[in-house]
Design a protein around this ligand. Structure first.
Ligand code: 5GP
Ligand code: MN
Length: 342
């Protein structure tokens, strides 16, 4: 993927002016790509002589605990003052793996306290919001980690990539592509993976660390969700599931345990679109997935105040879970009438 040359040159010129205080931020409920891209990019910036603090709004899932440098993450929910101070003092703020400051949720206000830092977006979601000084917005990139790889390659050369950076970047590439099974897979991506292999990453180890490291509770919750909670509507073409807080407690739910559940109904041949409703303290978090031309980014924007990618999006609802599901069923019918389901 060819990045805009002028953007690379601008970034390089800013980063070679003088040593700076830099902050990276990523989205709420940070996933493998958010964390992998943030920590790898932070290491690159440190290598260029900058001091860097990586901040996320809340904790990452426990199955990412093994990732190199993850202990350095400042988790806003646990260390708000430290995060606020780092943001206030920053000369430059990198926003990775999200397209709108509202996706930072509890961290958004803290970012508004700094008006002097240069803001740079590195992201692969559709429709980034205005207000950035420099934009690396590439919705055709399968992950932000791949985008970070491309920036490194085109700005500094791949020689600067250490084994640890390679592991971090691989986690993002692997998780955002569903282990290299979703859309936007390109020859360049696999060439990048080849370079990461040359840096010494061990792919089966990374796979096991991420995908074979759940608790027994998570395995049982998954079985429960599919067996007891999956509903098929619209002649079996559309699926949805929901989990209430009480149900999650029963299976000793930990942050990240429901990640990936929403994909499973798409293993049914007829299913073109799948939704997951997760009850949180103050709202319902919605995850949407689809196949082929069915555009859940559009659907999430229109009906649930959200967005994302064509085949993976999300949103929120401030109704009860029952009412949210009713609204979903109505929305699916309207969406189908308008040709959204093909
Ligand atoms: P997930 O279902 O994995 O939480 O999210 C799928 C995709 O949708 C991600 O790329 C994520 O950034 C996006 N997404 C999830 N929730 C929201 C939301 O509330 N607003 C927007 N704009 N995007 C979301
Ligand atoms: Mn991503």
């Amino acid at each position: 993927m060819e990045l805009q040359r002028a953007h690379i040159e601008q970034l390089h010129s800013w980063l070679t002016e003088r040593p700076m205080k830099i902050v990276t931020v990523s989205h709420t409920n940070p996933d493998g790509d958010a964390i992998g891209s943030s920590l790898a990019w932070a290491q690159v910036l440190r290598g260029m002589g900058h001091s860097v603090i990586s901040i996320v709004p809340n904790r990452h899932p426990y199955f990412l605990n093994w990732m190199p440098h993850i202990k350095e993450l400042v988790i806003f929910k646990q260390a708000a003052e430290q995060a606020r101070e780092a943001i206030r003092e920053a000369d430059m703020i990198f926003c990775l793996d999200f397209n709108a400051l509202s996706r930072l949720e509890i961290l958004s206000d803290a970012l508004a306290e700094n008006n002097h830092a240069r803001r740079i977006l590195i992201d692969h979601h559709l429709s980034p919001e205005a207000g950035f000084d420099l934009l690396f917005s590439y919705p055709d990139s399968s992950s932000t980690s791949f985008l970070v790889y491309e920036i490194i390659e085109q700005m500094l050369g791949v020689e600067v990539i250490t084994k640890e950076m390679a592991e971090l970047l691989y986690v993002g590439m692997m998780t955002d592509t569903g282990n290299f099974a979703f859309s936007h897979l390109s020859p360049e991506l696999f060439r990048a993976v080849a370079v990461l292999l040359e840096r010494g990453i061990v792919i089966p180890d990374i796979y096991n660390n991420v995908y074979n490291a759940y608790t027994a509770g998570r395995a049982r919750l998954f079985g429960y969700a599919i067996n007891r909670k999956m509903e098929l509507i619209h002649n079996g073409k559309v699926a949805y599931m929901s989990l209430k807080e009480s149900e999650m407690r029963r299976f000793c739910f930990q942050q990240g345990d429901s990640e990936g559940f929403v994909n499973y109904p798409l293993t049914i041949k007829k299913v073109k679109m799948s939704a997951m409703f997760i009850e949180q303290h103050d709202f319902i978090r919605i995850s949407l997935r689809s196949r082929g031309l069915v555009d859940v980014n559009l659907f999430a924007r229109k009906y649930f105040n959200g967005g994302g990618h064509k085949n993976a999006a999300g949103g929120k609802s401030f109704d009860t879970i029952e009412r949210t599901i009713e609204r979903y069923i109505e929305a699916v019918e309207e969406f189908a009438t308008e040709g959204g389901l093909g």
